[in-house]
Write a protein that binds this ligand. Sequence first.
Ligand code: ATP
Ligand code: MG
Length: 443
Amino acid sequence: MDTTNSWLLSRVGARLLVACAGGAIGWWVGDGIGRPISLSFGLAIASVATLAIFDTLKGHQLLDWLRTPDVSPPRLPGIWGEVAHRVHRVIRLREERIQQERARLGQFLSAIEASPVGVLLLDAGDHITWISPAGADHFGLDPQRDLQQRVTNLIRQPAFVQYLQAGDYRDPVKCLMPRGGQGYLSIQVRVYGEGLKLLLSQDITERERADNMRRDFVANVSHEIRTPLTVLNGFIETLGSLPLTEVEQKRVIGLMAQQADRMRSLVSDLLTLAQIEGSPRPSSDKWIKVADLMGRIETDGLALSRGRHPMSFLIDAQGKSMQIAGIEGEWLSAMGNLVSNAIRYTPEGKRIDIKWTSLSEGGVEFSVIDGGIGIPAEHIPRLTERFYRVDGSRSRDTGGTGLGLSIVKHVVQRHGGDLRITSEPGKGSTFTLTVPSARVRLL
Ligand SMILES: Nc1ncnc2c1ncn2[C@@H]1O[C@H](COP(=O)(O)OP(=O)(O)OP(=O)(O)O)[C@@H](O)[C@H]1O
Ligand SMILES: [Mg+2]
């Protein structure tokens, strides 16, 4: 028997003892000193009744408290005090446990709410019983108002309705974002409990865009390679089947060399892009003299133009003693691309000016200004897309692959700078490349 039980028994025993003592006094008073027995019996009853009244009062006090146990328990003597204390302790422990469970549930819900995955809980009849914020956002639902609605009344995409009704939830289903959104959602259902469903949604717009870009890229590369290959094939057949004079043969071989060269430059541009994309951000501790860079750009530019354009190469006073940080080959390729474009898209005799300007906030700008054919405004935002050409036939005629400006953009972004393009059709274009101040220093 534990100490609590023995203590309780002793308290009960004490009460019985008091009652018996009351009875004994009554008996003694009645018999011992010759008073009538009915008085002693009356006294015994009176003492028992007093005890009963006291206990009833204390019991009522306890009961009153139990009806509203959120205040502290009454201070009661004896067994009632012990009962009040124990009940209070049990209630407190239970409340603490409920608080802990509530806190855990709160954390769990916050974690779901922080997740980019949308969650909807459905009952066995596909009525919505809970909506996470991401779920509400994905499907355009109201987390309060739309509860208890059948999910297919609110998400009506045929692909989703079919998926839900088919009951085969092994793979997710791809749907257009509701509310006329442009994106895509991947939706997957998991069944749990007795026919309850967990509906998970994920925004896969970016993944879809990347997939489309990859498909377009492969299609573009294949197309770009197939064209010169077809031409080459034609020439090879001509050479094999027709008796050509020496002059004709020379011309055909010259044209074949042109196509082979086009394929070579396409592959080399693709390799450059792949290499730039796959390598880490250039460090800022390799310094290149601006004057040296400009010297090489000038040599290449003059060789490419072969005197067909009046050209100027200018470095401002500060630029002459300046260095920029990064990968020399990449900077050269980006700047060289801008100069070669200017030469390619500027008619003979029109000016091309190349200059370095130091900026007041510490950076530096490299600009190529030509008086060439210019670019209509609607094409400008797309110029840096791979294979994008304003006039495909003109670009191909001049050996362009349409990859040049996407290489320039990548190089500049990797070095923390940016590329600005302004142009007016028929008047000319200005391509400006900025080098951020963190990558510029004076010698
Ligand atoms: N200075 C310019 N003046 C007019 N149009 C230009 C100029 N620079 C670029 N463009 C237009 O932008 C398009 C994209 O240029 P980009 O350098 O990316 O490709 P490309 O010159 O055709 O080929 P390559 O990959 O050999 O450079 C060109 O096809 C051309 O239509
Ligand atoms: Mg180009």
